[in-house]
Design a protein around this ligand. Structure first.
Ligand code: FAD
Ligand code: SF4
Length: 478
């Protein structure tokens, strides 16, 4: 390294991170507009210039879909945003989405060797949002077809990868809108619908067809997709949309929602743009959200925007163990969400009209570490108290809906209701049926659902080449 290079590197190492601007907290709790505003061109160039362009980039090790991180960052530094996006799209079909919701602090950024890790996610978002037009590359058509069940990140990724390899792909979606949790779960202020639509449009531009309002397992059976409709393979990416409940008295009272129902009402019925859409979702003045993951934070922040005066997170462990992304916790607190740690609900109390009015809770303390590596919450005797509430939202996790498992013979499931599958390929216990994302792992993350989609697409492609076209992957020239 020359002396010049050394001094450049020293300067880069010393530079502090450029933070994205965010809407002011007082302002943003009165609207559903996106909280993080994204980099300007100057900010993005300045942040990209901090990257040390490591010869052996450790950041890539932390990325489940192997994004070529230094390469795309270099293109941003050089002002070539289209080229940066093209690099992203080589391994990640949904960069505007991952740039927004990936827990980068525990992935690529955790591995970054810069003393103040490069904001890889914010740069990814910048390139994805600002590149004007990117050419799509589609391989030779193969006259083969694959059915994908579910249009969440796993289904979209698998479909895009298979279409790019030359297969005809149809995604069947049960709801009337595409995107899975990206559309019906994550609120507008974190994941604007127009961003999801633009990413879906890219997947479509590869030739993928999307059919809504088709509930596989009822409208069409998985078996029929393979026999009557003659699909060469089926990829099951139906997510984990069935909510877990507490199983305590009072859960059926008016004003008690599962997180899934609450967020779906706000997102898909457009409760977030009332009065333009006359489907308001009303919350009371005091809202308790049970749970402390990303879903709970989204519910709490949505309730504030819908007019709640006080929103409390009820969490049975301590704040240090909260599973939500750090950024979400910080934003929620800035907006006024109160974190009630070491509290566990025992019962929901109603009035004589059947409306919830209180939450009977118990205080907890922390014991020894459990299997999850976190300290186990233990009830404190005689510590019960009543917490007055008008609305309760239960956000303690989701599991897969069992419709497909129950209507497809030979498809084995685990005791958690997920499909038994091979982790490397997504292959289920049935020939030609693959799975991935939350339906295979239980509720997880967008990027892991996408990684599973990529792996399954590769395996399905190989299976079709060998079994149906009689050629080896080595003989297949793209
Ligand atoms: P989904 O996104 O659940 O998509 C499954 C799709 O399949 C749905 O559209 C569903 O309607 C459809 N479907 C289901 N059954 C059928 C059927 N029988 N026939 C046809 N279609 C069917 N992860 C992060 O990484 N970062 C975050 O910040 C984050 N925040 C989250 C916030 C919320 C509120 C929620 C609920 C989850 C969050 N997650 C987050 C988790 C992440 O969204 C999921 O892990 C991811 O969406 C799983 O992708 P998937 O494609 O497997 O399933
Ligand atoms: Fe750049 Fe950090 Fe990756 Fe090195 S590890 S290439 S500094 S992002």
């Amino acid at each position: 390294m020359s002396t010049d290079d050394k001094s450049q590197r020293k300067k880069r190492v010393k530079k502090r991170r450029v933070h994205m601007s965010v809407q002011d907290s007082e302002e943003r709790i009165r609207n559903f507009n996106e909280v993080a505003l994204g980099y300007t061109a100057e900010e993005a160039t300045e942040e990209a210039a901090r990257c040390l362009q490591c010869k052996r980039p450790r950041c890539i090790k932390g990325c489940p879909v192997d994004v070529k991180i230094p390469e795309f960052i270099l293109k941003i530094r050089e002002g070539e945003i289209e080229a940066a996006k093209e690099i992203l799209l080589c391994t990640n079909s949904l960069p505007a989405i991952t740039g927004r919701v990936c827990p980068q602090e525990n992935q690529c950024q955790e591995f970054c060797i810069h003393p103040d890790a490069i904001s890889i996610g914010a740069l990814e978002r910048y390139a994805a949002d600002n590149a004007e037009r990117v050419e799509t590359k589609i391989s030779q058509r193969l006259n083969t077809k694959v059915a994908v069940v579910g249009s969440g990140p796993s289904g979209l990724t698998c479909a895009a990868d298979l279409a790019a390899r030359g297969h005809e792909v149809v995604i069947f979606e049960a709801l009337h809108d595409y995107g899975g949790v990206l559309a019906y779960g994550i609120p507008e202020f974190r994941m604007p619908k127009k961003i999801v639509r633009a990413e879906v449009a890219y997947v479509r531009s590869l030739g993928v067809e999307l059919e809504t309002d088709v509930l596989i397992g009822r409208t069409i059976a998985v078996e029929e997709l393979l026999t009557e409709y003659e699909y060469n393979a089926v990829y099951l990416a139906s997510g984990a949309g069935a909510p877990n409940f507490l199983r305590v008295p009072g859960e059926t009272l008016n004003g008690v929602f599962s997180a899934n129902e609450f967020l779906t009402r706000v997102n898909l019925l457009k409760g977030y743009i009332f009065p333009e859409y006359d489907t308001p979702v009303t919350v009371g003045e005091r809202v308790a959200v049970i749970g402390a993951g990303n879903v709970a934070m989204d519910c709490a922040r949505t309730a504030l925007r819908l007019g709640a005066r006080e929103v409390d997170i009820i969490y049975r462990r301590s704040e240090g163990e909260i599973p939500a992304r750090l950024e979400e916790i910080i934003h929620a607190k800035e907006e006024g969400v109160v974190i009630g740690e070491l509290v566990s609900p025992l019962e929901m109390l109603g009035d004589n009209k059947g409306n919830v009015v209180g939450l009977k809770c118990q205080r907890m303390t922390l014991g020894e570490k459990d299997d999850s590596g976190r300290r186990r919450p233990i009830p404190i005797p005689n510590s019960e108290f009543i917490f007055p509430v008008d609305t309760v939202i239960i956000a303690i996790g989701q599991k897969p809906n069992q419709l497909i498992a129950q209507t497809t013979s030979g498809l084995e499931t685990t005791r958690w209701g997920t499909f038994v599958h091979d982790e490397e390929t997504g292959k289920t216990s049935r020939d030609r049926i693959y799975c991935g994302g939350d339906v295979a792992t239980g509720a997880s993350t967008v990027i892991l659902a996408m990684e599973a989609g990529r792996k399954a697409a590769k395996a399905i492609h190989q299976m079709i080449l060998e079994k149906d076209l009689g050629i080896t992957p080595e003989e297949f020239i793209q």
